[in-house]
Structure formats: C-alpha cells, structure tokens
Design a protein around this ligand. Structure first.
Ligand code: PMP
Length: 413
C-alpha cells in the first residue's frame, strides 16, 4: 500500500524512493494513530486503542540496572549481536521458561524483536522466496518479507478454528518456493494461542517438508490467560530445532518498548548470517539497554504475573462489552493484549449521516469520525471484516471507549 504521508512528501520533492519503499509505504496502524492524534491536537476527545504497547512504566529495578551500567561506563559498542552477559541472560531465560538449551553462538540480540525478524529474513530470503503468514498476522511481517525480496503468502485462518492454522491448510500452502512458516502465539492481532497439542499436527507437516523453516514469534509469551500453558515449536518438536528461529523480546513482558531489545535463538549458521546483516546496519544493540534487559530476564519475574492479571481483567471487560453491542461479535482471546472482533453484523447498515458501511475500514472510520475511538481494521492484518482493539490502556478509557462503540452500533439505521 502506498501511503498518503509518503505521497504528500514526494510531491514536494524531486527525490525518488527505491521501488522497495514504494511497494510498502508507512504502516497503516501508524497512519490511523497519526490521524487520531491530529484530531486530539485539534481538541477532540479521541480515545486511541491502536498502540501495541503496555501502558505501565518499565519496572524500577530494570531502570536502576541501566543507570548502574551508565555509571560503570558500559557505554561503548558491544559484541555485534549481543554482549556475552546478555546472551547468557537469554540462554537462562530459554532454559527456565521453555526448557530449550542454546549455546551462546546460537543466540542473536537486536534492537527489538522486529530487527531480529528483519535480520533473519534479510539473511535468508532470495527474490521470490515465499513466507507463509497465517492470517490475521502482524502487518510488519508482510512488509518485512517484501523489503527482503520475498513473497508473503497469506493463509486466512477463520474464527471457527480459533484463528489458528490447521495442518491441511499448511500442507496446501507449501510450495517448492516456501522458505519460512511464521507462527505467532499468542497472536497480534487476535490473541489466539496454540497449545502443544495444536502445534503437534503442524510440526508433523513440517517434518515432511525439510526445506521449510519456522519462525516462532513468542513476544507475547507471558501474556497468556486462564491457565493456558505456553508452547513453542522448537520445544514441542525437537526434530524441528535445527530449522527453527525462536524470537522473543523484553518489549511486551516488561514494558520496555522504547529500550529496543529483542532476541532470537536458532541454528548457528542462521545466527551467523544474521550477524552479518546487523554488522552493516546498527553494529550492535544499545549497551545500556542490554544491561536493562539482563535485569529484566534474570531478575524477579513477579511483575510479569501481576501485569498479566491486570490485562486479563481488561480483556474480560472488553470482550463482554463488545459482545453486548448490536452487530458485533468477539471471541475470547487466549493471550496478548488485543481483541479481534467481527463487525460483519453492522456491514450493509447506514450511519445517521447516510453513509453505507461496506467494509471494516468503513466501520473503523465511522468510529473515529463520529464517536472518537481509534481502532484498526482487520483488513490491515489480512482478515476482514474485523477490527482490533489494543486494551493496553486504563480501565477508565476502556469503559468510555466501549460505551462509545456500543452507541455507534446502536445509532446505525
Ligand atoms: N512481534 C509482534 C507480533 C509484535 O506485535 C511486535 C510489536 N508490535 C513485535 C514483534 C516487535 O517487538 P519489538 O521490536 O518491540 O521487540
């Protein structure tokens, strides 16, 4: 999608961006958030439920570890894909939480999980290589695949299977060009999570296709409710370990989105190729942020459970409120901090000003313009007609936002 932001900047300049940038444009989520913030600046009481980041501060012991690192003089370049101490912390985390054992040279640390994913695709994709993305998927996956010359292959995963990919769909999507399958559990945008039993049939399919690699994006691992046990492919099927990259990070679990630290663990040859990419882009993740991340991963983990309980209360509230709104339907997500509700029941209806709602984007524009709530249409994530709410915000904001959404649905003719 070509962005309007990019278009308007271009019309004022002779600069011609590369083809790969034109093909992608600025993230639709950022565009919606920008628009909502512009309305806010103009004095309108907009509630923005777009951002995918925790609303609490980075815990004090983590901030203190960063201060100590600065005082100590840890302010220089580190080893390019993570300091030895940081890699040791990641190693400990994988042993403690996932019963996965990695050597230090099987671990890569980058400026966020996003950079780790970027490095992995940059290091592995040749033009035309395909990457299977079960939809709905985090939009950045498709954009990063394209920047790296690959082809995103979206496989719609309907609500009847809990928005999860099943073995037959996976088998049908694999071609001789398939390089990667991406799995993201719990998922952004729909909160769906895979149990070990649900991953097993997918692993069976993958065992029959030895050229297909797996990227497990586990960034929402700790935000999982109702006693669901977390499962990740490399642990469920050890025979896949030599072609799985397990990605995680500190952004979501420890409210550290701005520190920019993420990591991945997988086969040595892939990790080495990713280091080549990183060496020519950022050189290394921030030294101070790595010190903070070490404290997050190895310090007391209580904060993770506390936040999970807060998020679960918000999830319960939002799901119940959406299900009471006429025309909306929301499945109970197992994890992450998003709901992905269907708006099929309001399509075909008209707003009071006479506009016909034909798509989930129409519904989201209506919510923003007429009821001042910013949410993101499902079509952005490859599955319509839905909309995503990020409930990583205060209960007071959520109560007001859900009341407005219900009023918006009731006002339709
Ligand atoms: N994966 C998913 C599914 C995400 O939602 C995000 C953040 N929105 C990331 C990865 C990236 O996280 P970070 O780069 O902050 O570690």
């Amino acid at each position: 999608m070509t962005s309007t932001v990019l278009d308007s900047a271009l019309s004022a300049s002779a600069f011609e961006p590369a083809q790969r940038v034109r093909a992608i444009g600025v993230s639709e989520i950022l565009r919606i958030t920008d628009h909502a913030n512009a309305l806010k600046r103009a004095g309108r009481p907009v509630i923005v439920l777009g951002a995918g980041e925790p609303d609490f501060d980075t815990p004090e012991p983590i901030r203190a570890a960063a201060s100590r690192a600065m005082e100590r003089g840890d302010t220089r370049y580190t080893v390019l894909d993570g300091s030895p101490a940081m890699k040791a912390a990641v190693q400990l985390k994988f042993r403690r939480d996932n019963v996965l054992d990695f050597a230090l040279d099987e671990i890569s640390v980058g400026a966020g999980a996003k950079q780790v994913i970027f490095n992995a695709l940059m290091a592995s994709l040749n033009p035309g290589d395909e990457v299977i993305l079960p939809a709905p998927y985090w939009t950045s996956y498709a954009d990063i695949v394209q920047i790296c010359g690959g082809v995103p292959v979206s496989v719609p995963c309907g609500e009847t299977n809990g928005f999860r990919l099943d073995a037959a769909q996976l088998e049908a999507a694999i071609t001789p060009r398939t390089r990667w399958l991406f799995l993201n559990s719990p998922s952004n945008p729909c909160g769906a999570a895979y149990s070990a039993a649900q991953l097993a049939p997918l692993c069976e399919v993958l065992l029959r296709h030895p050229k297909v690699w797996v990227l497990a994006d586990d960034i929402y691992e700790h935000i999982l409710y109702d006693g669901h046990a977390f499962a990740t492919p490399a642990a469920v099927e050890p025979r896949l370990r030599d072609r799985t990259l397990t990605v995680n990070g500190v952004s979501k679990a420890y409210a550290m989105t701005g520190w920019r630290v993420g990591y991945g663990a997988g086969p040595r040859a892939l990790i080495a190729a990713m280091a080549v990419v990183q060496s020519q882009s950022t050189s290394c993740p921030s030294s101070v942020s790595q010190a903070a991340a070490i404290e997050a991963l190895t310090g007391p983990q209580q904060v993770v459970a506390e936040r999970r309980n807060d998020f679960q209360a918000r999830r319960d509230f939002v799901v119940a409120a959406l299900n009471r709104a006429p025309g909306l339907h929301c499945r109970v997500p197992e994890g992450a901090f998003y709901t992905f509700a269907s708006c099929a029941g309001v399509l075909g209806r008209r707003t009071r000003s006479g506009a016909l709602l034909q798509t989930d984007s129409d519904f989201c524009s209506y919510l923003l313009q007429d009821f001042e709530v910013a949410v993101v249409p499902g079509s952005v994530f490859g599955l319509a007609p839905y909309f995503r709410i990020s409930y990583a915000t205060s209960m007071a904001q959520l109560e007001e936002a859900c009341a407005r959404i219900a009023a918006a649905c009731e006002a339709l003719e």
